[in-house]
Structures are given as structure tokens and as C-alpha cells.
Design a protein around this ligand. Structure first.
Ligand code: PLP
Length: 311
């Protein structure tokens, strides 16, 4: 719409997750997904991931080391030329790969480099959106404003399918420039504006407001952090990280059998009545925004116990 049609490349990040649609797999960095689907979208490049356990293990909140990894974007721009790059997409906190928290200053650097080169910055806030970090969005938490935010899950409490995209005014206005009687987005989806999903989203937003849930994570975050890090001396634990109301416990993999130990923890926890989520050898915890301190204790006790039970 702006006449910059040569900008066709997308830049994602190693270990990123943006769903198992073709575009999402292409910009994503989850190897087991990528290797199944051939060459995917062309013209995509990837930033390095930001997981530096050698330097940042057991950090509470944002890690000290790694902001310079954002400078890799300059290298990618030098390789392809800015005039060919449309957008950079990252999860502000990478979720599905095992909760990778951005190093201090990292997102701001990405923002600055994108602005410098006229590249759009997209935050995939499907996990971080709607209160996960104790602020309405991760953009609020980090004070870094992207050009586009993708959301889902929290918008309807994750129980009715719905996704939504927010764009800054300039992007909106670039599209909304036709004659009144023409529809700007020529295509719709069958399920766009679905009435049940819309009703669920409106009800969810009302509940967030009434119960203060978009910021409740901030009140619980210190308690959550202490509880999580109390597992530091539990068996097999090689890293613990947290931010807002999300966190991860990384386990030493069993030699030659990656993921087995965490899977055992998942099964043992399930048998005890606690549903935890594992990804690789990482236990990723993202409890409901209504969790109580007592329930946090209960959850952490379960995890401590199961870690003594696994091989
Ligand atoms: C960051 C992120 N983006 C997108 C998605 C949604 O992908 P899909 O619609 O394919 O389930 C997820 C789901 O877990 C996610 O964590």
C-alpha cells in the first residue's frame, strides 16, 4: 500500500513458535516442526535465540547477558538489504520452546534497528498478551511498542477459538484509504467475527476488568518467583527462570535420551493430580491468572516431589 513491494522477506528467530500454520512454521524455529514441511516460505531468515544458560542460569526476571544478540539483525540486513525485508517477528517472551526471557535491553535494540531500517516489528503476544506478565501486554511490561501485535488464547480465555491482530494507526490508515463503498480487506475468513467467539471475548474482557486480572500477575510475581526458585536444589535442575506469572524449570537431560526425564515428570505429576506442561527437558509453568498463593505452594510441592521420583 505504501509502494514498498520489494519488502517480501520475513525474519523470525531460532526456537520461536508462531503456530503450526505454514507462515508460522516458516518464521518459527522449532526444528521438529520445520523439518516435516520441506522448504516452507521462501525468503525467510532467522535471528539467533537468546537462551544463554552458561551466563544467565537461575536469573530472576530479565537476564543480564544477551542484548547484543539483537545486533544480529544488522548482519541479516546487511546480507539481504533492508529494502527486501518486510518484518521481524518474535515472541517477546518465547513460550512454547520453554520460556526464554529476553535479555535486558534486547527488545529495545530490535525496535531501534527495525525503526532505523523501516522494518515492521511484530510481537507475537499469543502467550504474553492479556495479563501473563502482570501487565496487559508484554509491550507494556518492556516499554517497547511493536508495529503489530498478534494475539489469541487470552482474548477469550483460551476456551473459545479466537485470534486478533492489533496494528498501529499508520498501518491501519494505509489500508483504509479507498472509497467508502469498497471493502478494504477483500477477503474474509469463514469464521471471522464469529458471534460466539466475539461474545466470549467480550465477556472475558469484562471479567479481566472486574477482577483486575490483567495486572494481578504483578501482585503475585514476587511470590511466584520465590516459590519457583525454591526448587533450585531439587534433583536434576540446571536452570530456573521466571517473569510475571510464567516460569520454567530446566532439567539435565538423561544422556542419550533427551525429553525422557521431563516426560516422566509430566506423567508423575499427572498421576498426582497436577497438570504441568513440558517441552524438551523443560517444565514450563503458566498458571491461571486466578491462582492463589496456596495453590502456587501446592503446585511447587508437586514439582519438587516428582523431581525426586524421576530417573
Ligand atoms: C506464541 C504463539 N503464537 C501462536 C500460537 C498459536 O498457534 P496455533 O494457532 O497454530 O495453535 C501459539 C500457541 O501455542 C503461540 O504460543
Amino acid at each position: 500500500m505504501k509502494g514498498e513491494g520489494s519488502r517480501t522477506r520475513l525474519i523470525g528467530r531460532e526456537r520461536g513458535y508462531h503456530g503450526v500454520n505454514f507462515g508460522g512454521i516458516s518464521v518459527g524455529g522449532i526444528v521438529t516442526n520445520r523439518k516435516m514441511f520441506g522448504t516452507l516460505l521462501t525468503g525467510v531468515d532467522h535471528l539467533p535465540h537468546t537462551h544463554l544458560p552458561g551466563k544467565n542460569a537461575f536469573t530472576k526476571g530479565e537476564p543480564e547477558h544477551g542484548a547484543d544478540l539483537a545486533d544480529e539483525l544488522e548482519r541479516i540486513v546487511t546480507l539481504h538489504d533492508a529494502s527486501t525485508i518486510a518484518a521481524v517477528i518474535v515472541e517477546p517472551v518465547a513460550g512454547s520452546t520453554g520460556v526464554l526471557i529476553p535479555p535486558k535491553g534486547y527488545l529495545q535494540r530490535l525496535r531501534d534497528i527495525c525503526t532505523k531500517h523501516g522494518i515492521l516489528l511484530i510481537f507475537d503476544e499469543v502467550i504474553t498478551g492479556f495479563g501473563r506478565l502482570g501487565t496487559p501486554f508484554a509491550a507494556d511490561y518492556f516499554g517497547v511498542i511493536p508495529d503489530i501485535i498478534t494475539t489469541a488464547k487470552g482474548v477469550s480465555n483460551g476456551v473459545i477459538p479466537m485470534g486478533a491482530v492489533f496494528v498501529k494507526k499508520e498501518i491501519h490508515d494505509a489500508f483504509m484509504n479507498g472509497p467508502e463503498h469498497l471493502i478494504e480487506f477483500f477477503h474474509g475468513y469463514t469464521y471471522s467475527g464469529n458471534p460466539i467467539a466475539s461474545a466470549a471475548a467480550i465477556a472475558t474482557l469484562d471479567t479481566y476488568k472486574e477482577e483486575g486480572l490483567l495486572t494481578r500477575g504483578a501482585e503475585l510475581a514476587p511470590y511466584w518467583e520465590e516459590a519457583l526458585h525454591s526448587l533450585k536444589d531439587a534433583p536434576h535442575v540446571i536452570d530456573i527462570r521466571n517473569i510475571g506469572l510464567v516460569g520454567a524449570i530446566e532439567l539435565q537431560p538423561i544422556a542419550g535420551q533427551p525429553t525422557k526425564r521431563a516426560f516422566q515428570a509430566f506423567v508423575k505429576a499427572f498421576e498426582r493430580g497436577a497438570l504441568i506442561r513440558t517441552t524438551g527437558d523443560i517444565i514450563a509453568l503458566s498458571p491461571p491468572l486466578i491462582i492463589t498463593k496456596g495453590q502456587i505452594d501446592e503446585l511447587i510441592d508437586h514439582v519438587r516431589e516428582v523431581l525426586t521420583m524421576v530417573d
